[in-house]
Each structure stands twice: as structure tokens, then as C-alpha cells.
Design a protein around this ligand. Structure first.
Ligand code: TYD
Length: 219
């Protein structure tokens, strides 16, 4: 996906309910759970409704963020868990201040692949770092900006593992890591108001319909 690929060019903002603030929608889930596909499908739906929006992702989506992403995903790098966390939240700060807040301020919805919950699931439940510390760093990085909706595209760990292509540092982790991350995700989404669990083994258009059904869309 391009840097903060924009969905704004097309129709006027007819689909936005007047007076309602633009929404910040996050997709979470393991690698290869179909987040990128869903971002595209959702973006098409919003475009059809004339809702101005951007699609974006973490890590990456800013100049500094793309450099951090290259380091973070490079299988040749050996990175300590705390370093990994600090780089993820550094990326997040750039992303929030440089991309997400400006888009929301301009009245655009933000559709984002991965956000604070990824750090809790991967660096917390996966790597074993302290969850309270991660929450604190997330707060610092985001200035407290919370998503309006989080959709967890859930896959059984074996399926997530099977689908990964071992191309990056995270995908090279073993099944145990995927199992821990998934358990973390399930716990996190259960405790999140406006957090929804979605079965990612369903066909893409069905998943998209499920997500759309939960969003406050006019028309
Ligand atoms: P990415 O390749 O964009 O995810 P996907 O393969 O699902 O499209 O994400 C890169 C990796 O970064 C992914 O394996 C999860 C990991 N990650 C973390 O460990 N912590 C984080 O806070 C974020 C944002 C990502």
C-alpha cells in the first residue's frame, strides 16, 4: 500500500452525516489475515457513499516510519524486544501526528491497518513485555487518540502460520509466538468497547459486509 493512500479524490462528502465527526477505524489481526484486502474493500465502499477518507498502516506511512519499517521487518536484523517496542511506538507517534490527526482534522475517515493493539499483542503477549509499560508508551505516542472502532480479523494460529510466507522478521517466528499473539488479541478485543471479533476465514466480501454492518453509515 502507498504512503497514506488517499481516498479523497472522488465524490463529495455526501455520505458523511452532517455534524458527525469522521471516524477512526482500525483493523487488527495476525499477518496474512486479510487486513490489506479489507482496507481496499472498505475504501471502495466509503468512496461509493461519498465519504472522504484515507487508508494507512503501521508500521510505516510516514518518511521516518517507512525507514523504521524496513529495519523492523528485516530478517537479518537482531532486535531486542524493548528496542522493537520503542521503534514501533516511535513510528506510531510520527503516524498519529503526521497522518492520522491531520486527516481527521480535515474531516476524513481514517482506515488503518494495525495500531496500539498490535504492540500489546505482539510486544506484550508475544514477546512478554509488560503490558502496563506498553499502554503507557502507546498513550505517549498517540496523545491518547483512540480508535472509534477496532475489528480483529481472527485466524486460528495454525492457519495464520500456514498463510505466512516467512518473508519478514515477524513471519519467521514459530507457531508458539503466533499462538501467544492470538491469545492476546482475543483477550484485548473482548475488553475493548467498540472492539469486534471477525472470523477471518470467511470470504473477503462477507468479512467486508460484517464490518460495514457495524459502522454508522448513512445510505
Ligand atoms: P505488516 O507486514 O504490515 O502486517 P501484515 O503482514 O499483517 O500486513 O506488519 C508488520 C509486522 O509488524 C507484523 O508482523 C506485526 C508487527 N507489529 C508489531 O509487532 N507491533 C506493532 O505495534 C505493529 C504496528 C506491528
Amino acid at each position: 500500500m502507498n504512503l497514506a493512500e488517499s481516498g479523497e479524490k472522488r465524490a463529495p462528502a455526501a455520505g458523511n452525516v452532517p455534524g458527525r465527526k469522521p471516524l477512526f477505524v482500525v483493523l487488527e489481526g495476525p499477518d496474512a489475515s486479510g487486513k490489506t484486502t479489507q482496507l481496499k474493500l472498505l475504501s471502495q465502499e466509503l468512496t461509493q457513499r461519498g465519504i472522504p477518507h484515507i487508508t494507512t498502516r503501521e508500521p510505516g506511512s510516514t518518511q521516518v516510519g517507512e525507514a523504521l519499517r524496513r529495519v523492523l521487518l528485516d530478517p537479518k536484523q537482531q532486535i531486542r524486544p524493548l528496542t522493537e517496542l520503542l521503534l514501533m511506538v516511535a513510528d506510531r507517534h510520527e503516524h498519529v501526528e503526521g497522518v492520522i490527526r491531520p486527516a481527521l482534522a480535515a474531516g476524513k475517515w481514517v482506515l488503518c491497518s494495525r495500531y496500539t493493539m498490535s504492540s500489546l499483542a505482539y510486544q506484550g503477549h508475544g514477546r512478554g513485555l509488560d503490558l502496563a509499560l506498553i499502554r503507557e508508551l502507546n498513550r505517549l505516542a498517540t496523545g491518547g487518540l483512540e480508535p472509534d472502532y477496532v475489528f480483529l480479523l481472527d485466524l486460528p494460529p495454525q492457519e495464520a502460520y500456514r498463510r505466512t510466507q516467512m518473508r519478514d522478521r515477524f513471519e519467521g517466528e514459530g507457531l508458539t509466538f503466533f499462538t501467544q499473539v492470538r491469545a492476546g488479541y482475543l483477550e484485548l478485543i473482548r475488553n475493548l468497547p467498540r472492539g469486534y471479533l471477525i472470523d477471518a476465514t470467511a470470504p473477503p466480501h462477507e468479512i467486508c459486509r460484517e464490518i460495514l454492518a457495524r459502522l454508522p453509515l448513512s445510505g
